[in-house]
Design a binder for this molecule. Structure first.
Ligand code: COA
Length: 689
């Protein structure tokens, strides 16, 4: 089937794009559209043109897989110009998503109608780009500069109703789109009114400081992301230059950004996230049906997990040992929901419906019919084993049993069950109703269909699932320990917590490691380390951590940790007592303190992650280096525009990274800096996979 086809129906040339799965605008689509618009204008049987898409969506954007390859004609801006220049009026009928180039094509059309529930947006900023086919020039002419800035710099799509309110679509349809769109098209004027060609419309004048205000706000909120600032420049050009000059400026920026390091990194993460949800060799395998879910434990994690499921329409049974614990859990859910309603994130009706989907019980017998259980009790293998035994006694045989754990040996837990193949680990990140990452822990016994079902379920929940093998801390926390180790050693060698945190924050991390430790509680990792032997980690690097915990400085919750917190939460202040402690521990352990540069802090912490990551790939704990990047970007505040630690190494040259790791092995010893074959091979190949 051709990517673009045309049929004449009741005086309307119906142009259909059919390029599964998402009608990405490949070269074949661009050429097909050019030809179809010319053919429709030449065909005397048609007076009007309808542009519609087959399959699940309108065009979801430029074909990202063509980026980085030699450009193929025709260019998208020329296609949009040809549509806008059509003598006969063109109506875009949108269903699913009209994203990026898809929306730019729709903006070239003279009328836009959208099916209820469809979404329209310009997400290019998320790929490190500005829209490159007139989107930044036509959108402000249609909906005004401020609303256009909002859509283009956030990259967030709006739904059909909002689009109608903004004036982005002319009508929202509720029935069968093609039939309704045909009727609508027949009603539009046969000659295109001038103002329907957006390029010829003037832009409303805007207040003088609008663009500078946006630049300032965005520089804080989307720190270091070049494309955000470029998007603001492009919309400003729409307001200050002629359409043609603005369009040229937009195109130049698009082409310059397309090859930029940030855009390459963001494209890498886009594909890596989609790859992470796949289980090799299971194409076409049927998923197990999951409609009802039980969550065991109504603590912080359990309630967050229950909310994540209930938000997406699942019936959830929340089980606790006592009615009091259940009441506390439900109170937490109600208060979090009330905050969301207050902030406009959900309506009061949605909140009520969500809460109504969570029923509570203290009786395991109530779980007899559920399709899946997520256990979120205390992080202790003995406790979890007892819970699993109780579940086995009451649940149906093919139930999926998941354990929320951040480091326990899931093989041991699965081995206690009659059906170990139905057991998985699910490491949710806190707060579980918000954080996107979930590590799905695959045991030695795991049935791949169970794994695929859980990954599919996570996609439905709007989460990003990454498969991890069994090891202490799985992918994320095991690597994080290397990062914390280097940060801890750097303190002893001469840096301060504030210097390390500042250097890594400036690099792009959401927070520095010591600020994170204070926020999450230094005692949490202290307890995790208790499960390790001294051979398994560098005890020197965590001596300061341990001393702080032992003197009841556990972080923000105790008013002091690596920093002091005056007046409760908020930014910590430097504490001379901590600096004295660091110096005395350094002395005790025989470190000679020296001047440490910010560059060394960044390199050591990042390459610590990279080296451990390569070992993790070699051991098969992570399926690929790109899975590691997905974990770090979604769970550990790693800047998305740098693509994750493994991509960071690729961007600096894996051979270069390997040479630096080898030199650290010489200076610091090869206990933690030994090189895996995976690293050495990747250094030769220049890529990880
Ligand atoms: N170019 C090339 N391939 C694309 C694509 C694009 N713009 N958008 C999606 N795909 C591919 C995905 O890689 C995936 O391929 P796979 O099945 O081989 O892994 C497939 O289409 C389905 O995408 P997926 O994201 O898994 O489906 P979904 O239904 O969850 O989401 C979208 C659909 C359109 C919302 C989502 O894919 C998306 O946001 N795409 C990007 C839109 C965009 O940024 N456009 C601007 C580009 S400049």
């Amino acid at each position: 089937m051709a990517a673009v086809s045309m049929q004449i129906s009741d005086g309307v040339a119906v142009i259909t794009v059919d390029n599964p799965p998402v009608n990405a605008i490949s070269q074949a689509v661009r050429q097909g559209l050019m030809d179809a618009i010319a053919a429709a204008n030449a065909d005397e049987r048609a007076r009007r043109i309808l542009l519609i898409c087959a399959g699940r969506t309108f065009m979801a954007g430029a074909d990202v897989s063509e980026f980085g390859k030699p450009p193929l004609k025709p260019d998208l801006p020329d296609v949009v110009a040809a549509i806008e220049g059509s003598e006969k009026p063109v109506v875009a009928a949108i269903h699913g998503q009209a994203l990026g180039g898809g929306l730019e094509i729709a903006l070239g059309c003279h009328y836009r109608i959208a099916l209820q529930g469809s979404r329209l947006g310009l997400p290019e900023v998320n790929l490190g780009l500005v829209p490159g086919a007139g989107g930044t020039q036509r959108l402000p002419r249609l909906i005004g500069a401020e609303k256009a800035l909002e859509m283009i710099t956030s990259g967030k799509p709006v739904n059909a109703d909002k689009a109608a309110a903004l004036g982005l679509v002319d009508q929202v349809m509720a029935g069968e789109l093609q039939a309704e769109a045909l009727v609508y098209t027949q009603t539009v004027a046969a000659t295109v009114p001038a103002e329907r060609r957006l390029s010829s419309r003037p832009v409303k004048t805007v207040s003088g400081s609008l663009f500078d205000d946006w630049r300032k706000v965005k520089a804080k909120r989307q720190r270091g992301v070049q494309s955000v600032q470029a998007c603001i420049d492009a919309v400003e050009a729409a307001c200050t230059l002629s359409f043609e000059a603005g369009r040229q400026k937009e195109r130049e920026m698009f082409l310059a950004l397309r090859g930029s390091a940030q855009s390459v990194a963001l494209q890498h993460i886009f594909f890596a996230e989609r790859q992470a949800g796949k289980v090799a060799g299971l194409n076409g395998a049927e998923l197990m049906p999951v409609q009802s879910v039980a969550v065991i434990g109504a603590g912080t994690m359990g309630t967050g997990i229950a909310m994540a499921f209930a938000q997406k329409g699942f019936d959830v049974t929340l089980l606790e040992l006592s009615a009091e614990a259940l009441a506390r859990g439900m109170e937490r859910i109600c208060s979090l929901n009330a905050k969301s309603v207050q902030r406009g994130r959900m309506s009061a009706d949605q909140s009520e419906a969500m809460q109504a989907r969570i029923r509570t019980t203290t009786d395991y017998a109530d779980l007899a019919d559920v399709d899946m259980v997520v256990e979120a009790v205390f992080e202790d293998l003995g406790v979890k084993t007892k819970v699993f035994a109780q579940l086995q006694a009451v649940c149906k045989p093919d139930v999926i049993l998941a354990s929320n754990t951040s480091y326990l040996d899931m093989n041991k837990l699965a081995a206690t069950m009659e059906r170990p193949e139905n057991v998985v680990g699910m490491h949710f990140f806190s707060p579980a109703n918000i954080m996107k990452l979930v590590e799905v822990v695959k045991t030695d016994y795991c049935n791949p269909v169970v794994l695929k079902t859980v990954l599919g379920l996570l996609k439905t929940l709007g989460k990003v699932g990454v498969v991890s093998g069994v090891c202490h801390g799985f992918i994320g926390n095991r690597m994080y320990q290397s990062y914390q180790r280097e940060a801890g050693l750097l303190l002893l060698e001469g840096a301060t917590p504030a210097q390390v945190d500042r250097a890594l924050y400036q690099f792009g991390m959401a927070m520095g490691p010591f600020a994170v430790a204070d926020m999450s509680g230094i005692d949490i990792s202290y307890m995790m380390r208790k499960a390790l032997t001294p051979e398994q980690y560098d005890t020197r690097a965590f001596t300061v951590h341990d001393r702080l915990v032992e003197s009841d400085r556990k972080g923000q919750k105790t008013g002091a940790g690596f920093y002091r917190y005056e007046g409760g939460e908020g930014a910590g202040v430097n504490d001379p007592e901590v600096l004295a402690l660091i110096e005395s521990v350094a002395d005790e352990l025989g470190f000679e303190r020296r001047e440490i540069s910010d560059a060394e802090i960044i390199e050591r912490c990042m390459l610590g992650l990279v080296n451990e990551g390569a070992h993790i790939v070699e051991e098969g704990i992570a399926g690929s280096a790109s899975d590691i990047d997905v974990v770090y970007v979604n769970g550990y505040g790693f800047p998305r525009h740098l693509g994750g630690p493994m991509h960071y190494a690729k961007a600096m040259g894996i051979d270069n990274a390997a040479a630096k790791i080898a030199s650290y092995a010489e200076v610091l010893g090869d206990r933690w800096w030994s090189q895996s074959d995976t690293l050495n091979q990747a250094a030769v190949q220049g890529h990880w996979d």
